[in-house]
Design a protein around this ligand. Structure first.
Ligand SMILES: [Zn+2]
Length: 525
């Protein structure tokens, strides 16, 4: 038994904060302002008293949208998001090259033309000057493009080099060429290395205080290996994974008895703002001939959503521009008319621009919306850039406050590797929207990163808030978020992560994870 005294931030729907929390055998048995007599000295002898002082106890966070296996690789290799120039970017790559002498490809992430002083993407010959003798494959922050050096281009199969989106001169890859090249490069990572990356990723997530991850899988690995591998390893950790399979082939999902389908990539209805292919109703401000791309015709999406809804699956759809949001909402509306379901919890991912009429339908049909509040304060895609491409529509990006007032379940997600899977960055972003009236208060921002995520995956009865009867999945933060300047929230540290009342230590070896994965069959979802 553990008794916590101090700032108990429950993150329940009322936003209550109490003085005491009692944990017993992995569950929360009491939360309130006065410690009941039964828990005071003299009744129990064997308990741990935790005095929080200026720290705070919260439920462990959720990440409502993460590409876990993709992120875990880059988390273990290198990430150039902090680089402010090609020089700094080069140093990060060279540093990784000396650290990992065995890697067949120097496979890293996070390049953005917005965050380097050159204000453009690096090219093949510039990468060659950084590393010439080993393949370098650098994925851009948007996860939809990459730059390769000559050595990396040399190992790509001929089919990929003749695909749409391949540019030999610059070494840049987009569209099909990018997707196929990522599959090919990922396939070069030996399985034991990949498993160790995933285990490190689990430990890193726990260190960020994440206890529930909604991961989208089914891209970047041969034979959908990521889907099965993540589900298997998830059985060896108390950190909860809920897997969304990014496919339109229902059979793949039903065969594995997964309850969820969708995500990005093959379930993406449009592109992204970074690549100016998010589908807009009106053209882009800086190019009247471009309205982005709807990847599928309405009939294809309608049919997919209808079939998945009839099969009882929970559906998630990536849509960013308003034209894609309309397509997604209309498809869900038609499917729910065709086969009504009370508690479907279908969810839109991103939904940056939602037209008024779609917003009303989202609220009426109980469709959830998962957004990436961390992007609101990210230098990778600053508001100035967004304004230059969408103009006045910037004001309508994620009106979080209004959406919550309309009763929509808005949850936060990092979209890692696109964002850092640090929920405190998301909480800070939701409080500091670049359109101030779209911001929310800290209580709601915390709820979006805890309870609302648990609700999205039907987990709210067990997780997502500190309430009696729920599992004691909790974190100790170095300060009280309710009393911290919202700008400084990302500086708070997660000092301890508890799952079912036990402090998480991690550091599992591959063989331990495999043994536990085989043993704990029932934990898989
Ligand atoms: Zn995504």
């Amino acid at each position: 038994m553990k008794i916590f005294h101090g700032n108990i931030v429950t993150c329940n729907w009322k936003g209550a904060v109490y003085n005491y929390l009692v944990e017993e055998e992995g569950r929360i048995v009491y939360v309130g302002d006065d410690l009941p007599v039964v828990y005071r000295d003299g009744y129990y002898y064997d308990y741990e008293w935790v005095e929080l002082g200026s720290k705070a106890l919260l439920p462990s966070f959720g990440d409502g949208h993460i590409h876990f296996s993709n992120w875990a690789v880059f988390n273990a290799t290198f990430d150039v998001r902090q680089a402010t120039s090609f020089n700094e970017l080069g140093d990060i790559i060279k540093d990784y090259a000396t650290r990992d002498k065995k890697a067949k490809v120097l496979f890293g992430y996070g390049h953005s033309s917005h965050s380097v002083k050159e204000k453009r993407l690096i090219n093949r010959s510039e990468l060659d000057k950084i590393v010439k003798d080993r393949p370098v494959f650098l994925v851009c922050y948007d996860g939809h493009s990459a730059v390769a050096n000559s050595k990396a281009i040399g190992i790509l199969p001929r089919e990929i080099r003749s695909m749409r989106g391949f540019d030999l001169e610059s070494g840049q890859l987009f569209n099909e060429a990018f997707l196929q090249a990522v599959d090919f490069i990922s396939g070069k990572i030996p399985l034991p290395t990949l498993v160790s990356y995933l285990l490190q990723g689990i430990d890193s997530l726990a260190a960020y205080g994440v206890g529930l991850a909604h991961t989208v899988e089914g891209i970047g690995y041969p034979r959908d290996m990521d889907v099965d591998l993540v589900r298997f390893l998830a059985r060896s950790t108390p950190l909860q994974f809920r897997t969304y399979f990014q496919t339109m082939e229902l059979e793949k999902v039903l065969k594995r008895k997964l309850p969820r389908i969708g995500g990005c990539f093959s379930c993406a209805l449009d592109g992204a703002f970074g690549t100016k292919d998010a589908a807009l109703v009106e053209p882009y401000t800086d190019n009247q001939n471009n309205s982005g791309i709807l990847f599928y015709r309405d009939e294809v999406i309608n049919q997919f959503v209808q079939r998945a809804n009839r099969a009882g699956l929970q559906i998630q759809l990536h849509c960013i521009g308003d034209a894609a949001v309309v397509q997604a909402v209309n498809a869900l509306e038609a499917a729910l008319k065709d086969y009504p379901r009370n508690d479907h919890r279908h969810t839109l991912i991103h939904a940056a621009l939602i037209p008024e009429k779609s917003m009303e339908k989202i609220a009426a049909l109980n469709i959830g919306v998962n957004i990436q509040p961390g992007f609101l304060i990210s230098p990778l895609e600053p508001p100035g850039y967004l304004e230059s491409i969408i103009g006045d529509r910037l004001r309508n990006v994620w009106p979080i406050k209004k959406m919550l007032e309309m009763g929509i379940n808005v949850s936060g997600g990092s979209d890692a590797p696109v964002g850092l899977p640090d929920p405190l960055v998301g909480v800070s972003g939701a409080c500091r929207h670049f359109i101030p009236e779209n911001s929310v208060e800290i209580t709601d921002a915390l709820c979006m990163h805890t309870y609302n995520i648990a609700h999205t995956s039907f987990d709210e009865a067990e997780r997502g808030s500190l309430e009696e009867g729920r599992l004691a999945d909790m974190i100790v933060l170095s300060g009280n978020p309710m009393e911290t300047d919202t700008r400084n929230l990302p500086e708070l540290r997660v000092e301890k992560t508890y799952f079912s009342g036990e402090e998480y230590t991690g550091g599992k070896t591959i063989s331990q994870a495999i043994i536990e994965g085989v043993r704990n069959r029932e934990l898989s979802t």
